[in-house]
Design a protein around this ligand. Structure first.
Ligand code: FAD
Ligand code: MLT
Ligand code: ZN
Length: 466
């Protein structure tokens, strides 16, 4: 352990108590690897503060001893942002699990950064409200991590991404200063919006300790439909039509036929519709009508009239009962785990201009198969947001496949990160997507809020490395 680190650890024990500073390798190892298993590092210590004052004191100590910190929540991030790849100290925020009573008048709640999405959803539901973001890692992903990555998920088409739910935050900046604005004022134009600046900052500017979150009305009776379609072009076009014609649309998720069949095989169940389709679309809506199923079926039929969808609508699997809906959702939500079951996955998370989305999906799948015939490619994502996840497993070891995919994204005017962030995985690519002026401005913000570069120094930008 470097001498600065040893002094930091000794002082940290006084701040959080010895039980909350882990240094034995068998204790720290689980904090040094993430869900993907692609990102594995090592750390001299894991420190687990219990409140904002402790976080602030730890940041001041880290500055004094020039120790780099990696803020960490549920470790479900997919770009290596919460893993101590360069031997940084891990600052785990999972003890910050306070949930204040729901403010029923405002439709808001204040929660600790370590609260899982699942716990937040349960608290909102108990008070007659719902939370606008949902994703498959709900039982592990934390509010702090979701803010830091500006998580998207399954309902962006209806409620927006995480930043749209954030009304205010409490955070410790890299300077050690505590900023706090948790009054729940929806309209508040008093200068820079620091809470929004922290959304998507990937732990590089400040450590979120609490958040004031907007809640949404719980959905009415839900209908889920899974359709097999002749092409990804048809899926993109149909989804676009449904965004304007399907009342109460909440989710529009697309998968390629290959991804769907591999996922069905992983789950050991038969596809409930058109088993040989080239693409699949999962639609969820709460149309608020007397007969929601009929309304959804009508909308699908009317929308299908405008495109060449074959018998997709007639053969669609449709569900209203919770258990049956969950079965259809499994075919979408299990895509990441089906890919991971085949090995360590190269995960690319990209947005394309809508007009380029289908062409990209078709071309990238062919390009990967031509170059690495042994690889399995899973393409799935939030088609209503123009966002597709490219997952390649069983192919090359290095970064060639990432380069092939991201090259096509940039050439087509897309973004190299739709919702997972840059992390360590894509920082090499940042200058291809953002201009020198943009990167310089981001560095200026980083320098102002984290002058010693102690917060996630190996994330987002090329290394600062303490
Ligand atoms: P971590 O992985 O621990 O950290 C992620 C980043 O946030 C790191 O840079 C870390 O340093 C920083 N960070 C963590 N906590 C704090 C804090 N308190 N303050 C400051 N910085 C912090 N993401 C989507 O957007 N949409 C999806 O649909 C989606 N589905 C997923 C499905 C599966 C099966 C899995 C495994 C992941 C999925 N994800 C999805 C990715 C992941 O769940 C999100 O990125 C989530 O926001 C990460 O939360 P976390 O608590 O696990 O953060
Ligand atoms: C998803 O939409 O399933 C996630 O963002 C996770 C992934 O990309 O694998
Ligand atoms: Zn996603």
């Amino acid at each position: 352990m470097r001498s600065g680190t040893a002094e930091f650890v000794e002082s940290a024990e006084k701040v959080v108590g010895p039980n909350h500073v882990l240094t034995a390798t068998e204790q720290t190892e689980p904090y040094a690897v993430d869900w993907t298993r692609r990102w594995e590092g090592h750390t001299p210590a894991v420190v687990r503060p219990g409140d904002v004052a402790e976080v602030a004191e730890l940041v001041r100590l880290a500055r004094r001893h020039q120790v780099a910190l990696v803020p960490q929540g549920g470790k479900t991030g997919l770009v290596g942002g919460s893993v101590p790849l360069a031997g940084e100290v891990v600052l785990s925020l999972t003890r910050l699990t306070g949930i204040e009573p729901v403010d029923r008048l405002a439709g808001q709640v204040t929660v600790g950064a370590g609260v899982t999405l699942g716990a937040l959803q349960a608290a909102a539901a108990e008070a007659g409200w719902a939370f606008g973001v949902d994703l498959a890692a709900r039982d592990s992903a934390t509010v702090g991590g979701m803010i830091a990555t500006n998580a998207g998920g399954l309902h962006v088409v209806r409620h927006g991404a995480m930043r749209a739910q954030v009304v205010g935050v409490e955070a410790v900046l890299g300077t050690g200063a505590v900023v706090r604005r948790l009054r729940g004022l929806v309209k508040d134009n008093t200068g820079y919006d620091l809470a929004q600046l922290l959304c998507g900052s990937e732990g590089t500017l400040g450590i979120v300790t609490r958040a004031r979150l907007r809640l949404v009305a719980p959905p009415g009776p839900l209908v889920v439909a899974l359709l097999g379609l002749p092409s990804m072009t048809a899926a993109v076009a149909f989804a676009a039509t449904l965004r304007t014609t399907l009342p109460g649309v909440r989710a529009l998720e697309a998968m390629t036929g290959d991804s769907m069949r591999r996922t069905a095989a992983h789950l050991g169940v038969a596809l409930p519709t058109t088993p040989t389709a080239s693409a699949y679309l999962l639609v969820e809506a709460d149309p608020a009508s007397d007969d929601p199923t009929l309304t959804v079926a009508d909308s699908l039929t009317r929308a299908a009239g405008e495109g060449a969808l074959g018998d997709a609508v007639e053969n669609a699997a449709v569900a209203t009962a919770a258990g049956e809906r969950a079965k259809l959702w499994r075919f979408r939500e299990a895509q990441p785990e089906a890919a991971a079951a085949l090995g360590v996955v190269h995960k690319m998370d990209v947005t394309l201009p809508t007009s380029e989305l289908a062409g990209f999906c078709d071309d990238v799948a062919v390009a990967i198969a031509d170059r690495w015939p042994e690889a399995a490619t899973f393409l799935y994502g939030h088609v209503g947001d123009g966002n597709v996840h490219v997952n390649v497993v069983g192919g090359p070891e290095g970064e060639d496949v990432d380069d092939l995919v991201l090259e096509q994204v940039v050439d087509r005017g897309g973004s190299i990160s739709a919702e997972h962030g840059i992390g360590t995985a894509k920082k090499r690519w940042l200058p291809r997507d953002r201009s020198p002026a943009e990167i310089e401005s981001m560095r200026a913000v980083k320098q102002a809020l984290d002058p010693d570069g102690i917060l996630n120094p190996n994330v987002l930008f090329p290394p600062f490395c303490l």
